[in-house]
Design a protein around this ligand. Structure first.
Ligand SMILES: [Zn+2]
Length: 81
C-alpha cells in the first residue's frame, strides 16, 4: 500500500486532487503502481487539467491523516479582519 508520503496533491485552487500511486489515474491511462515521479511530463491532473508542476506532497498529521497545504494555509490565516 502506498504511504501518504508517496501521494501528491494538486495545488490548483478548488482542486485538491490527490494522486495515489496505488490507484494510478485511469483517465490519464496511468496503471496502478506508477509513482508520481514517474508520470510522463505531459501528464495532467484528471480533475482540473493542470500540469504536474503545482503538485506538492500533502501535509500528513501524526495520525496519518492527509491535510492539504491549502487547508493548512486556511488554518494559519489570521483571525482578525
Ligand atoms: Zn487539479
Amino acid at each position: 500500500m502506498a504511504e501518504p508520503k508517496d501521494m501528491w496533491q494538486c495545488q490548483t485552487a478548488n482542486c485538491g486532487y490527490i494522486y495515489n500511486p496505488d490507484k494510478g489515474d485511469r483517465k490519464g491511462k496511468i496503471p496502478p503502481g506508477v509513482k508520481f515521479e514517474d508520470l510522463p511530463e505531459d501528464w495532467k491532473c484528471p480533475v482540473c487539467g493542470g500540469r504536474k508542476a503545482p503538485f506538492q506532497k500533502p501535509c500528513i498529521t501524526k495520525g496519518g491523516r492527509i491535510i492539504g497545504p491549502l487547508l493548512l494555509l486556511h488554518f494559519l490565516k489570521p483571525r482578525y479582519k
